[in-house]
Design a protein around this ligand. Sequence first.
Ligand code: 13P
Ligand code: SF4
Length: 316
Amino acid sequence: MREEEKIGDILKLKKEKDAIILGHFYQIPQIQDISDFVGDSLLLAQKAKEAKNKVILFCGVHFMGETAKILNPDKKVIIPDMEAGCSLADSCPEDKFIEFKKQNPDHLVISYINCSAKIKALSDIICTSGNALKIVESLPKDQKIIFAPDKNLGGYINRLTGRNMLLWDGSCEVHQLLTSEEVLKQKIKNPDAILIAHPECNDAVLQIADFVGSTSEMISFVNKDNKHNKFLVATETGIVHKLQKDNPEKTFIVVTNDSSCSCNDCRYMKLNTIDKVLSSLREEKYEILLDEALIEKAKKPIERMLSLSKELKILK
Ligand code: 13P
Ligand code: SF4
């Protein structure tokens, strides 16, 4: 079967099954192009909550499918590959986190959305890279906070706000791998380029970046920049599809630690393929199923994030 035929079948099945396809910016271009909404974690969580369709096909990773199910539990939420996990979410196992919380009982828990439903259920507020700063800033300055699981995003927010949040020692394998030495080499080679970085990168990289933001913030930053034509991109490769589509005249160089590797491809995000999207819709698999009590517990901190994001005018 040719690619166009597969895509034709996906679009037909989408209508027949009353499905909505949500795709993250780290998905392969073909998946982004067939998605009803492509976005960062914040926008996709909001779209999942608002979805009226019977089926939500989430093209991203497992924790994103879980978030969709928590926010819209009456819908059938499916993902193309059950193995599409996340190294950052895996870096924060439930039992160890319970212990960590016990040791710091007077702390409020803010967890980055890249964590399992069980960690969400143990949290007070969820945040994404697009709203973390404003959410933290909305809390009293003397509020003791545990920030999990990403030490890089948490450290970055600490630096910007002058706070001293207690950080869980987790990170994303794709962003953590990138060294400032390599990024500097690329900056020297491309002195006219602007460096944009995701806050999951380590602090040394973030310190030398010209702009730091979530995937959609990076895209709007580039879209608004009419002075520069070259950008060094410190995040997962999938983002270049949208950057290039919106800015065909600009050049994007993904910074990797080794030009011969595909280390900036998230091995989990890239498990999703057009073939898997097709069989996922055809067979309505793989379904995200969560215990009702867990849904109830995990929903509160995510809802808190969504309503705070509206109050703080991050979301409409
Ligand atoms: P955002 O798209 O929210 O910036 O998240 C990036 C990410 O790591 C998703 O796994
Ligand atoms: Fe997880 Fe990193 Fe992949 Fe995002 S890019 S899904 S944080 S491993």
